[in-house]
Design a protein around this ligand. Sequence first.
Ligand SMILES: NC(=O)c1ccc[n+]([C@@H]2O[C@H](COP(=O)([O-])OP(=O)(O)OC[C@H]3O[C@@H](n4cnc5c(N)ncnc54)[C@H](OP(=O)(O)O)[C@@H]3O)[C@@H](O)[C@H]2O)c1
Length: 358
Amino acid sequence: MQYRTISNGTTSFEVSTLCLGTMFFGTRTDTATSLEILDRFADAGGTFVDTANNYNAWVGGHGRDSEDVLGEWIRRRGGLGDVRLATKLGAAKKDPALPLQTVKPTNYQGLSAEVVAREARLSLQHLEIDRIDVLYGHVDDRETPLAETVAAFGQLQREGLVGISGISNVALWRLVEAREEALRQGVDPYGVVQQGYSYVYPSPAAGRTNDVSADLLDYVQSLAAGAVESLAAGAAAAAGADGRPPLTITAYSPLHQGAFTRDDKPLWAPMRHASNRERLRVLHDVAAEIGATPNQVALAWLLGGAVPVIPVVGISSVAQLEEALAAVDLVLEPEVRARLDAADLVLDAEVRARLELA
Ligand SMILES: NC(=O)c1ccc[n+]([C@@H]2O[C@H](COP(=O)([O-])OP(=O)(O)OC[C@H]3O[C@@H](n4cnc5c(N)ncnc54)[C@H](OP(=O)(O)O)[C@@H]3O)[C@@H](O)[C@H]2O)c1
């Protein structure tokens, strides 16, 4: 296993570079299998586990099924040990009688001060722990004043109930504004952001804010560069040279839910474009050449990028976990990475001319 430090500038700790996602634990993945996967992950040195307060209400669960399985696992182990737990709030059902949906009206509970204070405490109870290492706002909430949400997360940190706060499914400008607001209020800013990200990328679409974007990678890289300069100057490792706290990206759906290798898991609609078909071809070619699986190459591509991200892998069997674990030590040679990066539909001159792109 490999490890890296995550930090909000004040609180820092080490986590495994592979994070275990538990979205279907206790629902689609039965409790016994879930516990087996958790044990194997921990035995292999895995120390970062991801859940939420609504896993999994959309496959027939009550919404805290995954947190309850984790609570049971922690109790059986006699505590968390080295494991760092991340959970999320804000996207559970506001009205229990209505369904959750990703389009308005979403029925999300949102990120008001009242929801943040209440739901974090409920997560602590379900997980049977006294501190949440990473607490994310699950989906940005533009109806609640940003200052209110930021203060609510800050209060939980002040009370010692949360280590590092984070946000998920957020536009870059909102993330930056929230971090600046935290500094104005004198509370620790979001130190982790969780977005969708994998080797295939979506077609551009207005209003799509839930993916890792080139701009987000650029922002995080600029923060990391500041940290290196500040280290050289003998300052604290946690903050950048210009005082901007660091930020870590965690990536959900890093295997595109199995679509890289399985016919029963097609690419999602925004990903079904010619460049991604080319990407999948190159992914399979590279995997065959280097003796790895396409899923392992896709994870290694995320782990070893110029801006390394932490993949949050969804796992429903120990066999799937073994495949993911083996990706952690897979290093892609620079020329292989360059080939993967460059894989896009290349239009020949005649087609470009016809499309008036030349
Ligand atoms: N912040 C957010 O809004 C958000 C959104 C989504 C997910 N998440 C987090 O991210 C985690 C991962 O998300 P995800 O489930 O979408 O990610 P994923 O890792 O891309 O997909 C996981 C699914 O891929 C299949 N799979 C995994 N390993 C495989 C293998 N070796 N071979 C073939 N198929 C394989 C499995 O499908 P089967 O079970 O059908 O076999 C598994 O359930 C979640 O558990 C959750 O913690 C967060």
